[in-house]
Design a binder for this molecule. Structure first.
Ligand SMILES: NC(=O)c1ccc[n+]([C@@H]2O[C@H](COP(=O)([O-])OP(=O)(O)OC[C@H]3O[C@@H](n4cnc5c(N)ncnc54)[C@H](O)[C@@H]3O)[C@@H](O)[C@H]2O)c1
Ligand SMILES: [Zn+2]
Length: 368
């Protein structure tokens, strides 16, 4: 995949083209404080409303002081509040303050804030611009780019949504300084995912740089995040609506989502469930002769090195497989499964059976 050296060590930029949309991802240490200047350059409507949550705003609100005179719109913290009620709170605040079409919404938070604020922006007055300022590693490498926005329904995750590309994405790696280690790790599993599907070089940089990445060493972290943004940008550019290559981003997510569903979204951080899902997918690939066993071993070694994962051995395999068949990646009865061919290369296949998954599950859960 494309890789480009950073202009200066603590700043980088990635261009994204998705359908008719064009936007820039700016990555820099201290970018949050430069947001007014960065947005002025983008010629966005001047009336800005920040959407955030109380946790993020308490820790970082001060960095956004010069951005707007409007009070921030805070939605409750947590995946269980990624719903239409939270979206309604954003509409209420915008309507109460007579926000018209000349409004820019600025999402400051993790994937939950970005998805809810993005959905509100996609639908308020049939669409106002959104600027994504992701504050978790997961949001910086994944959810802030690509325009998928939405909320959960009581019967399922992300069932209500839209495509609404951001007008701009601003990634300030300093904001990660307060991120709990478990959240950082959850984001790092997604980074490993990018490495496996698209870049051996990225995979190696993560494997060899784990202590520095956990220490949030800027010089290590920024290029790693930029590589992920480039991969995501390249994928979204080719396939904005996920009918083809964008599906590769779902590597590890078939079983990952099933594990999250079976445990009612309480046991795993999303990335942790994806880590198991990647192990299962690698096992399936090795069993089919599609991936060298040594690559699977390398993947397993990195995941082990990153730290403990929540237990899975008590979860009945039948429940996990049942959840797989109910996943959104099953389209007209066909499971679209991302199969790694090696570290750095993957394909999507449609002939993986529940039997294949069941065998692979038994291998990664030897105690079950
Ligand atoms: N739109 C997409 O393409 C896409 C892609 C992947 C994931 N997602 C969505 O993203 C969501 C998960 O996002 P997430 O992992 O960022 O979770 P999150 O938004 O719930 O954030 C995790 C926790 O970290 C806190 N937090 C955020 N930034 C912080 C900081 N800088 N310092 C300290 N604490 C901080 C949050 O308040 C929260 O408690 C899911 O709902 C998922 O569906 C969307
Ligand atoms: Zn994911």
């Amino acid at each position: 995949m494309m890789s480009q050296p950073a202009l200066i060590p603590d700043e980088d930029r990635v261009e994204v083209r998705a359908g008719a949309a064009r936007y820039r991802v700016v990555l820099a240490s201290g970018a949050a404080r430069r947001l007014p200047e960065l947005l002025d350059g983008d010629a966005l409507p001047a009336r800005r409303f920040v959407v955030s949550n109380p946790t993020v705003w308490r820790l970082h609100g001060e960095a956004f002081e010069g951005l707007t005179r409007e009070e921030p719109i805070l939605i409750p913290d947590g995946e269980r509040f990624k719903n239409l009620a939270a979206t309604g709170r954003i509409y209420d605040a915008l309507i109460n303050r007579s926000a018209d079409r000349a409004t820019t919404i600025v999402a400051v938070g993790g994937g939950v804030v970005g998805d809810v604020a993005g959905f509100a922006a996609a639908t308020y007055l049939r669409g106002v611009p959104i600027v994504q300022v992701p504050t978790t590693l997961l949001a910086q490498v994944d959810s802030a780019i690509g325009g998928k926005v939405g909320v959960n329904h009581p019967l399922g995750k992300n069932l209500i949504g839209a495509f609404h590309q951001p007008a701009s994405v601003v990634i300030d790696i300093d904001l990660l300084g307060t991120l709990p280690r478990r959240e950082l790790r959850a984001g790092l599993y997604e980074v490993v995912k990018y490495g496996v599907i698209a870049s051996r070089d990225l995979f190696d940089r993560v494997r060899d740089g784990l202590p520095a990445l956990f220490a949030r060493d800027r010089a290590r972290l920024l290029p790693v995040i930029a590589s992920c943004c480039r991969i995501k940008a390249a994928v979204v550019e080719q396939d904005e609506r996920e009918s083809g290559v964008r599906r590769a981003l779902n590597f590890g997510h078939t079983v990952g989502h099933a594990l999250e569903a079976v445990t009612k979204y309480r046991r795993f951080r999303h990335g942790e469930a994806v880590a198991y899902g990647m192990l299962v997918a690698a096992e399936v690939a090795v069993a089919r002769g599609a991936m060298p066993a040594s690559d699977r071993d390398e993947l397993a070694a990195v995941i082990t090195q990153m730290g403990p994962l929540p237990a899975v051995s008590d979860l009945p395999a039948a429940d996990i497989l049942d959840a797989v068949t109910r996943d959104k990646k099953v389209i007209e009865g066909t499971l679209h499964f991302v199969l790694p061919g090696a570290i750095g290369a993957s394909t999507v296949v449609t002939d993986v059976t529940t039997r294949d998954l069941s065998r692979a599950l038994a291998i990664i859960r030897p105690s079950a």
